[in-house]
Design a protein around this ligand. Structure first.
Ligand SMILES: NC(=O)c1ccc[n+]([C@@H]2O[C@H](COP(=O)([O-])OP(=O)(O)OC[C@H]3O[C@@H](n4cnc5c(N)ncnc54)[C@H](O)[C@@H]3O)[C@@H](O)[C@H]2O)c1
Length: 346
C-alpha cells in the first residue's frame, strides 16, 4: 500500500473543521498535527478529531519533517506568511480563499511554490459543486456557444460575519468583495473558461456595517472595528470582448439574499441557483433543469482533489498561479473605486 500523505492544519477556527473532516474521509491521507495561535483551539480540535499533535505556532508544526502537506486555514492576513513558510519547508499547500490580501502577496506565494516544486491549491470550493460542474459540462459541450457575458451575485441583506476578523481591513484586505465576492468572480470566470482580464471599473461602499443598531443574520458584529466595504459592484472586461458584472454584499438594503450566476452565450445560457440551461428549441424558449445531481460536500471535495493531486503528482484543479488573476480582478475593483475610474489589469 502506498504511504499515506501526512497533513498538518494551520489555524483551528471555523473552516479548519471542514478540512480535518475532508482529510479524514480520504484513505490516502491522515491529519497528524494542528496549530493555532490560540492553542486551546488547536487542543480542542486535536482531541475531538484524534489528531496526535497540536501546537501554538505554524513554525513548530512545520518543523515536523514527516508532514507532506498543510491546509492554511488562518485569516487572510496570514495566508501568504504561512503558505510561504510551509512551501519553503517542503510542504504542499492548500490555502483557504482568498489566495491573499492582494496580488503582490499572491505572486510571492506562487513563486515560493515554483521554487519549492510543491503544489499550491486555493480553497475556491464552489468549483466542485455539482451545479457548477454541470454548467461547466454544458458549456464544454457547446450548448451555450461562446460565453460573452456573466452576471454573478453574492448578496447578503444583513450577513456580516459575527466571528473572526472579517470586518477588519488590515487583517482581511477588504470586506464583502474579498470574502464572498471572490467566489462569485471565480465561479463565473471558471465557467467562462478563465479569459484574461484587461480592465475593471468598480465601486465599493460602506454605509451600514460601521454603525450600531442593525439586525444581523449571524448575530451582532463588532461595528466599532468594522472598516471594510459592505457592498461592491463592478464590471470586468476581458481580452476578446467578454464582460462580467458582479455584485457582492455583507449588508445592503435590497429585498433578499441572492447567490447566483448567469453565463450568457450566443446559442444559450446557463444559470446557477436555480440551475437551468436556457435554449431555443422546437420554436420555443426552453429552460432545462437536470433531473438529478449528485450531492457534493464541496469543502471535502476540494480536499480530496488536493490529496489526489499530491498523491498522483498531477496538477491541482485550482492552482495558485491561476487564482492570482482572481486576486488581480479584486485589486482592480478596489483601485478603481479609490480612483473613480476604470483601471487596467496587467
Ligand atoms: N471556502 C469558504 O467558503 C470559506 C468559508 C469560511 C472561511 N473561509 C476562509 O478561511 C479562513 C479562516 O476563516 P474562519 O471562518 O475559519 O475564521 P476563524 O476566525 O474562525 O478561524 C481562524 C483561526 O486562525 C487562527 N489564527 C490566526 N492567525 C494565526 C496564525 N498566524 N497562525 C495560526 N493560527 C492563526 C485564529 O486564532 C483562529 O482560530 C479565512 O481566510 C476565510 O476566508 C473560507
Amino acid at each position: 500500500m502506498a504511504k499515506k500523505i501526512k497533513v498538518g492544519i494551520i489555524g483551528a477556527g471555523g473552516i479548519s473543521r471542514q478540512h480535518v473532516e475532508g482529510y479524514q474521509k480520504c484513505p490516502d491521507a491522515e491529519v497528524i498535527a494542528i496549530c493555532d495561535i490560540l492553542p486551546q483551539r488547536a487542543k480542542a480540535l486535536a482531541e475531538e478529531f484524534h489528531i496526535p499533535k497540536w501546537f501554538d505556532s505554524a513554525a513548530r508544526l512545520l518543523a515536523l519533517k514527516e508532514i507532506d502537506a498543510v491546509s492554511v486555514c488562518t485569516p487572510n492576513y496570514d495566508h501568504m506568511r504561512s503558505s510561504v513558510l510551509a512551501l519553503r519547508a517542503g510542504k504542499h499547500v492548500l490555502c483557504e480563499k482568498p489566495i491573499a490580501m492582494n496580488a503582490r502577496q499572491a505572486q510571492r506565494m506562487v513563486e515560493a511554490a515554483r521554487q519549492a516544486r510543491k503544489k499550491l491549491q486555493i480553497g475556491l470550493d464552489k468549483r466542485f459543486s455539482s451545479g457548477v460542474q454541470f454548467a461547466k459540462q454544458v458549456i464544454a459541450e457547446g450548448r451555450v456557444g461562446k460565453p460573452y457575458y456573466a452576471r454573478s451575485l453574492s448578496i447578503r441583506r444583513r450577513g456580516v460575519p459575527s466571528w473572526g476578523v472579517f470586518g477588519q481591513k488590515k487583517l482581511q484586505g477588504g470586506g464583502a468583495l474579498i470574502d464572498i465576492g471572490v467566489h462569485s468572480i471565480d465561479t463565473a470566470w471558471y465557467l467562462m473558461g478563465c479569459p484574461r482580464p484587461v480592465a475593471v471599473v468598480g465601486k465599493t461602499y460602506r454605509t451600514i456595517g460601521d454603525t450600531p443598531g442593525h439586525v444581523g443574520m449571524f448575530g451582532p458584529w463588532d461595528y466599532k472595528t468594522y472598516d471594510v466595504e459592505d457592498f461592491a459592484v463592478a464590471l470586468v472586461r476581458f481580452a476578446g470582448g467578454a464582460t462580467m458584472m458582479i455584485e457582492s454584499a455583507f449588508c445592503v438594503n435590497l429585498d433578499k439574499n441572492v447567490f447566483g450566476c448567469n453565463i450568457v452565450g450566443d446559442k444559450g445560457g446557463v444559470s446557477l441557483d436555480p440551475l437551468q440551461v436556457h435554449l431555443e428549441a422546437a420554436g420555443y424558449l426552453m429552460d432545462c433543469t437536470p433531473n438529478h445531481l449528485p450531492r457534493v460536500q464541496t469543502y471535502h471535495a476540494e480536499v480530496a482533489a488536493f490529496v489526489d493531486a499530491v498523491a498522483q503528482n498531477k496538477p491541482s484543479p485550482v492552482p495558485g498561479s491561476q487564482i492570482v488573476w482572481v486576486q488581480k480582478i479584486m485589486d482592480g475593483i478596489y483601485a478603481s473605486s479609490r480612483a473613480s475610474r476604470e483601471v487596467r489589469i496587467k
